[in-house]
Design a protein around this ligand. Sequence first.
Ligand SMILES: [Zn+2]
Length: 416
Amino acid sequence: MRTEFDTDLEERLVRYAAIDTQSDEDSPSSPSTAIQLDLSRLLVEELEAMGAQEVTLTDYGTVLATIPATPGVEAPVVGLLAHVDTAPAYNANVVKPVVHRNYNGGAITFADAPDLRLSPENSPYLAEKAGDDIITASGTTLLGADDKAGVAIAMVAAKHLLDNPDIPHGKIRLAFTPDEEIGRGVDERLPADLGADFAYTFDGSKPGEIIYETFSADAALVTITGVSAHTGWAKDTMVNALYLAAKLVQTLPLATLTPETTEDRQGFIHLNEMRGNAAECELKFILRDFERDGLAAHGALLQQLCEAIAATEPRAKVTCAIRPQYRNMRYWLEEDMTPVELAREACRAVGLDPKGEPIRGGTDGSRLTEMGVPTPNIFTGMQEIHGPLEWISVQDMALATKVALELVQRAARTDG
Ligand SMILES: [Zn+2]
């Protein structure tokens, strides 16, 4: 069933997806890639054209804008957020979005990859979407509905509110961030610049999904320094850092505590990168858990194993530096569930059953919540993200747009 938002949502997603905005974790700059600003600048123009106020592009690459409160309405300031970058995980160069109007329920084929098939067999949710308008890429790239669907949803909701000044709502702040996919989306200045009492990222999957629980995350850098010597005269002198690194890896709980052996609420220690030579090598880990205690235990275990390896070879130096990345947003949200409850009510109001599994990852909202802006994550409809089968239903995006509109009106009613 087509809604009043479908055409605008579809056109925006197609327009935004065609702009390459892939982020790059190896780049030290902020934003990590200048191409992200191509979309950010377009959003600035579009926001100004639709009558949004205080439209800015910050020097850390985030687009900010205000939709003023309806005159006479006192309410908390609500932020609506999405990220402009696409994942470095898959080719995102020259995305050619394709609209499959009134999807027939069968297999979708791709012009640029004749062997590729998208069907209810490899993406079961598609079976529920017969009759919807489905958007995919052309077979050789990701689509980037993650998170340009979120951008489109926030933009269409904003335009609807600006075009219908009689709808009662408080002040709304929009933010479109870069570099979410590489975990650098939330600049330390963002909470103050956003100025929201609470916010929502539109960066989730199936309709009804409201997420307020993410991993807590630390990163660990283990450095092993051996003793280098000429190999011809190395007897009783050389200490090979690579052998010690291999030993350390062997002592890790590989069968019980890795991403590939855990699920649901279990945490892990993941060796993500290892580089070096006989003289010195570095091992980069990420540590994940839903609980503070669990996360601390993973760090303590890694420290212990490093000490044990060091004890086998006093001439070597083994250090393990652990640094916090982000924290489970539940710690803050469970103290005041209002933002989550509003989102749940908004879902029910548009006929959706709110649900939400904890996500085994983080969002921009994890950092923002920790920094004082409670920010649960709301669905957009995106599916099979970060690969060539990525797809989204325009009608699912319309549901998310309606949820956004419902929740800003509900937020206006909560303020006593
Ligand atoms: Zn995303």
